[in-house]
Design a protein around this ligand. Structure first.
Ligand code: PLP
Length: 432
């Protein structure tokens, strides 16, 4: 497989961008080798600058629910762009997208932003403004974007690169961040016992997906919701990754909707932008209406609710019918079974974990992973060997053992036999 064009682009990129990338995990630091510079995508497939084709199991880290360049999304986006790319005024597409989000989730009001990071940052500001309190509880291994106060013990690129602390974030900025072990209700109770009247909010990934996929234990999110309600704190579920992906409305549909609790605020991103920079946070009207211009909590954005981005998101969500989620769930189960059967046969200890249609594989562990310490116990070297064997075989996996694998509605293991047959071919690489 030639990588000449990717290597040349990477060398040039390093001259003008730190590490040659615009988001750290893309640089392949954890797995080594040259990152592939992608030139185009279609359905389940990516083509790199050298013309190599890959079955894509990253899906732009979650947004590409329908696969790449879905014809109807491209048609809608092209028409929207031709009408003008940004007005700095309200416009119809953002209203339609907000209505779709309100219809699918328990939130009553939505504010659009441009990234998941902005969504969580703004949700926390709003929670602090609403409660008049400063402290924020988060969980080890959960990643909520690169918000200063939330970078403590974060997953995703922070754990992939083994960044020990958060240089550049003053200590006083994280002084109000309480980091607790994930899936540990007793630790939550202890934090509330000590700081109950100072805690503005608890933020958690609705199902953790940034230390690999670690779903909440049954009742854990319900416990957080109850503890927050008892102490006057807000419960924020971060559905940037899981929203409109784990299930039609997100992980809440699998958890809160059946267990009978609702978050006070939710954050969304990825799928709702259909591959464009669009994200949002939302919640009950009485909380959301504290935002400017109705209330005093300031929050704004030049490109927030951008007409092209919101058109892409709306087209994606409208095409994401219940049948799409059924199909995605079936494909996801099929690929999980394939992986686990082949790994078992190759004698590689592993655990496959899922949250709705999302899943990931933990290497070299043999019991379910329930927290960050468990996730960090995995054998990342085995994953690295597997990753490269798969890449050489034409399957693009996340370049880190700590990331979820994302399928799309365009993946069809029956037709693209690659994910099926090539997984089995690549597995011996991991059996060291
Ligand atoms: N929250 C979660 C759960 C995420 O997975 C991510 C990104 O991966 C973010 C927030 C940050 O989103 P963005 O990368 O769009 O800033």
């Amino acid at each position: 497989m030639s990588t000449t064009a990717s290597e040349a682009l990477f060398a040039r990129a390093k001259q003008v961008s730190p590490g040659g990338v615009n988001s750290p995990v893309r640089a392949f630091r954890a797995v080594g080798g040259t990152p592939r510079f992608m030139a185009s995508g279609s359905g389940a497939w990516l083509t790199d600058a050298d013309g190599n084709r890959f079955v894509d199991l990253v899906g732009s880290w979650g947004p590409m629910l329908l696969g790449h360049a879905h014809p109807e999304v491209i048609e809608a986006v092209t028409a929207a762009a031709a009408r003008g790319t940004s007005f700095g005024t309200p416009a119809e597409p953002e209203v339609l997208l907000a209505e779709e989000i309100v219809a699918r989730t328990p939130v009553e009001r939505v504010r659009m932003v441009s990234s998941g990071t902005e969504a969580t940052m703004s949700a926390i500001r709003l929670a602090r403004g609403f409660t008049g309190r400063d402290r924020v509880v988060k969980f080890s291994g959960c990643y909520h974007g690169h918000v200063d106060a939330l970078l403590a013990e974060a997953g995703s690129g922070v754990v992939t690169l083994g960044i020990p602390g958060t240089p550049g974030v003053p200590a006083h900025v994280t002084a109000d961040t309480i980091v607790l072990p994930y899936n540990d209700p007793a630790a939550v109770d202890a934090a509330f016992a000590q700081y109950g009247d100072q805690i503005a909010c608890v933020i958690t990934e609705a199902a953790a997906g940034n230390m690999g996929v670690v779903p909440p234990q049954p009742g854990f999110n319900a416990h957080l919701s109850k503890a927050c309600a008892e102490h006057g704190a807000l419960f924020i579920t971060d559905e940037v990754m899981t929203g409109f992906r784990a299930a039609r409305s997100g992980y809440w549909q699998i958890d809160g909707a059946t267990e009978g609790w609702q978050p006070d605020l939710m954050t969304f991103g990825k799928v709702m932008g259909g591959g464009f920079p669009a994200a949002a946070f939302g919640g009950r009207a009485e909380i959301m209406d504290l935002l400017a211009p109705v209330g005093p909590v300031y929050q704004a954005g030049t490109l927030s609710g951008n007409p092209v981005a919101t058109t892409a998101g709306l087209a994606t969500l409208r095409l994401a019918t219940p049948e799409v989620y059924e199909r995605l769930a079936a494909t996801s189960s099929q690929v999980q079974k394939l992986v686990t059967d082949a790994l078992a046969e190759a004698g590689v200890p592993h655990v496959v974990q899922s949250a709705g249609t999302m899943f990931s594989v933990f290497w070299g562990v043999s019991t379910p992973v329930t927290d960050f310490a468990g996730a960090q116990a995995q054998d990342t070297a085995a994953y690295t060997a597997f990753f490269h064997a798969m890449l050489d075989a034409g399957v693009y996996l996340p370049p880190s053992a700590y990331e979820a694998w994302f399928l799309s509605a365009a993946h069809d293991p029956e037709v693209d036999s690659a994910p099926l047959s090539r997984l089995a071919e690549a597995l011996p690489a991991a059996a060291r």
